[in-house]
Each structure stands twice: as C-alpha cells, then as structure tokens.
Write a protein that binds this ligand. Structure first.
Ligand SMILES: Cc1cc2nc3c(=O)[nH]c(=O)nc-3n(C[C@H](O)[C@H](O)[C@H](O)COP(=O)(O)OP(=O)(O)OC[C@H]3O[C@@H](n4cnc5c(N)ncnc54)[C@H](O)[C@@H]3O)c2cc1C
Length: 420
C-alpha cells in the first residue's frame, strides 16, 4: 500500500442488523466506515427481537425458505445464495454464539437472547476500525451532496464517497425506525412504496357489535389477552392458506403467530375489498363429518355448552368465540354449528397500526436498485434491510434477509468504489 493511500470514507446510516452487516463487509474490504444512528445506542430493535427468543433464521430446506419471500423470492433468493441460513449460523458461531434448531425448525442462539451476539459483534466491528456516531439523525443531503445529520451539538455534514442507508421500516418508532426517511428519498425521485404493517394484528368486527369494530364488551372484558391454542386458520377465498398454530385475542381483534403468518393476504384483501374473513378451525384434529356426528348426537337435558365440551372438546374461549361470532339461529342448528366449528368466520376490517407491527411491508422497490443494491437514480447510495420493499413471515426470515441485504449492499459499495 503506498504511503499516501487513504481509504475511502463510507457512511453507513442505521445501526440495525442490516447496517451493522454492511459495515462489517465494508471494513473487511479495507474501507473506513463511519456508522451513524439517530438513537443513543445501536441495535435496539435487534435487542427487542431477542426478548422473546431471538429467532435468527430457519433450518428448513432452502427452496421452502426462499418461498417465504412470496413475490420477492426472485430478488431475495440470489442474496440468500451468498449469505443464507447456513452461512448465517456459521457467522453467528464465529462470533462465539452457539445456535440450536428448535422443534419447529426455527434457529435460536443457545442463550436465546440478542445481547451477547450484539456485544460480540460490536467489539469485532470496533476492532475492525468501524467508527460509531450515535445520536446522529440523518436528515437528507445538503446542496453539495454532503450528508446532513442532526446531533446534540448542532448540524453535522459528512462527505461520503458512498453511503449505505439501512434505516429500517416504520414500526416501533421509539426504537429508532420511524420511516422518516421515506419523504427524503421521495424528494430525490425514488418511488418508495408506502410502508404498511406486516406480521401484525387485525381489528375484528364481531356480528354482536357490527358495523362498529371490535368485540362486544362482554367478550372483550373476559377474553382479551387470552391465547387461542391448537387451532387452525385460513383466509376465506384463499384455498391452501389453512394452517395450524395459535393466536391471541386482543382488545379489538386478533393477533399472534397464525395471524402474522396470514397478515400479507389479509391486509391485501382488506385493501381490495374493505374487509377479510378469517376462518378459524376450532377442532383441527377432528374431520368435519365427525364433528357433524358429535354435534348432532342427542344431548337430552344437557346445555349446549356441556354438550359441545363433552362431544367436541369445545369450551372456554372457543365456546365464547362461537357465541360471539354466530347468530343464535346458527347455534341452534347442529349442521351449521358443526360447519362453524370447523370454519368459524371472523370478519377483519383493518390492520392494527404500523407502529405496533413486527415488521413493515413497502419501502424502496428492488426495481429502483441495481444488483449491488445501489439506487440507480442516486449513484453511490445503497440500501439494505427492512427499508427495502419485501416482506416475510416471522420464523427468522426477517433477520436473515436483513443480514443478506446488508452484506450485498456492502459488497455493492466495494464493487462500485473499485470500478470508479
Ligand atoms: C417485537 C419484535 C420481535 C422481532 N423478532 C424477530 C425475530 O425473532 N426474528 C427475526 O428474524 N426478526 C424479528 N423481528 C424483526 C427484526 O428485528 C427486524 O426486521 C430487523 O431489526 C430490521 O433490521 P434493519 O437493520 O433493517 O432495521 P432496524 O433494526 O430497524 O434498524 C434501523 C436503524 O436505523 C436507525 N435510523 C432510522 N432512521 C434514522 C435516521 N434518520 N438517522 C439515523 N439513524 C436512523 C434506527 O435508529 C435503527 O437503529 C422482530 C421485530 C420486533 C418489533
């Protein structure tokens, strides 16, 4: 290296998993990286993700894995070929954090938490020369192309030879990702798709209170916060969406794993038709014919509740849901009641607000980017992570794609700098 060599200065804006991975790739490529984040510390959403058990990736076969990205499979799959679930696990273990595959195929760090991984990662990044600048809120570009940051000491300007934006989506704004970057890129001619909730809960409209949204007060006060375990759910009119799992009754609707998994088609159906109908199978272990027989069995003097409990195992929250969602005349007809037990219709009228969602759909479209994730309209500006327009269910697919896009954006910068 000639003595006059001075490494390129690259800014990474956003210190979530995508930005940190971009920084790591760049530092390894011999570039001076300055990483900026609006918050007092980096990786806050990553730490939150670790609270209920950090599901970093999934161990299912790659073809099934890639299918989780739906219509974006075509653009995400090549990124996963470079840095997919296997590489991610090896990378995690190289940071001294051992991983294991849970019964569902989900992959977790042995300690379940994000903190040890983040700590080891930040140490390695600092050792590699990455400089961290927290409490630096990016607020666009100055006329001369410099990046503008609001800091406690006033505005700072930074001339970067290339920039990676990894600003996250629009949920959990208090952890830093507030989507305030959307108008900044739109003002530069980037056609950003509106951020929308993904992996989110939905507001129901119970027939007991319709057209008002939500549950009846009777149901809400007794059942909000309760888990609905061992059920199956699907979207009416979308064959093949029925799957087993569990959900949770919320104050005004329903949320939890099964609902998150269906959130993209539910959201799109609500957008197109004004509502979506969730079908809940309250007795997934029993075929319809058997449920019909059991419900039609003479019940003598027994109440309907004790009849359903003894014949079909329907009690508690399941029974309350039937009463909440079915008119009395349907409850009185064994055949229709049996059908409802196998496919109870629950009308959903709106997603819960973006800020509550696990992740965001929408963002910078891949069509606006080149293969190195550089915004074509803004040479030298690259994007990574949840701010890109893709979505996936929970199960480790979110972090995997964030890390893969972070790595690709870092490589994109290195290639672009080398080619100048
Ligand atoms: C409760 C919860 C649990 C989750 N659990 C999992 C899980 O188990 N597995 C999984 O795969 N995914 C999970 N996720 C999703 C996962 O955490 C996110 O997809 C991931 O953190 C997104 O990474 P990112 O780097 O793109 O953005 P973020 O992690 O959101 O980071 C963006 C960073 O950019 C900074 N920033 C934003 N705007 C500016 C600005 N103008 N100037 C400077 N800095 C800015 C923010 O402060 C933030 O640090 C979970 C999410 C939530 C909310």
């Amino acid at each position: 290296m000639p003595p006059s060599f001075s490494p390129s200065r690259v800014a990474v804006v956003g210190g979530g998993p995508a930005g940190l991975m971009a920084a790591e790739t760049l530092a390894r490529g011999g570039v001076q990286v300055d990483l900026f984040d609006a918050m007092p510390s980096v990786g806050r959403k990553f730490l939150l993700a670790g609270k209920g058990g950090l599901n970093i990736t999934h161990a299912e076969p790659l073809d099934a894995f890639q299918g989780r990205y739906g219509s974006r499979r075509g653009v995400i799959a090549p990124l996963l070929d470079d840095f997919g679930p296997t590489a991610l696990r090896a990378w995690t273990e190289a940071l001294g954090v051992r991983t294991f595959v849970g019964t569902s195929g989900r992959v977790f760090p042995e300690e379940m938490k994000a903190a040890p991984l983040l700590r080891a990662w930040l140490t390695r990044l600092r050792e590699a020369g990455v400089r961290f600048h927290v409490r630096h809120r990016w607020c666009g570009w100055a006329d001369d192309g410099q990046l503008r940051f609001q800091t406690p000491e006033g505005e700072l300007r930074y001339r970067a030879e290339a920039t990676v934006l990894a600003l996250g989506g629009g949920s959990w704004a208090r952890l830093g990702s507030d989507g305030a970057w959307v108008p900044l890129l739109q003002a530069r001619g980037v056609a950003v798709a509106a951020l929308e909730p993904a992996n989110c809960g939905f507001i129901a409209s119970s027939p007991r209170v319709a057209p008002a949204p939500g549950w009846s007060e009777h149901f809400r006060s007794r059942h909000a916060g309760q888990p609905l375990k061992s059920v199956a759910m699907g979207l009416a009119g979308a064959p093949g969406t029925m799957r087993p799992g569990e959900a949770m009754i919320s104050d005004d609707g329903i949320e939890g794993g099964l609902v998150y998994a269906l959130s993209a088609p539910i959201r799109e159906c609500i957008k197109a038709e004004g509502c979506a109908t969730l079908l809940i199978d309250l007795a997934p272990g029993r075929p319809l014919e058997r449920v019909r027989r059991e419900v039609a069995h003479p019940r003598g003097a027994r109440s309907l509740a004790s009849h359903l409990q003894s014949r079909v195992g329907i009690a508690g929250l399941r029974m309350a849901l039937l009463r909440e969602c079915l008119p009395d005349e349907v409850m009185a007809k064994p055949d229709r009641l049996a059908e409802a037990i196998k496919a109870l219709p629950l009308r959903l009228v709106a997603p819960r607000p973006l800020d509550e969602a696990i992740s965001s759909a929408g963002g910078v479209p891949f069509e606006a980017l080149d293969g190195g994730l550089m915004i074509r309209a803004l040479p030298g500006v690259f994007c990574a992570g949840e701010m890109l327009d893709w979505e996936a269910p929970t199960g480790g697919y979110l972090l995997t794609a964030c890390l893969a896009t972070g790595r690709r954006a870092g490589e994109g910068v290195l290639g672009w700098l080398a080619g100048r």
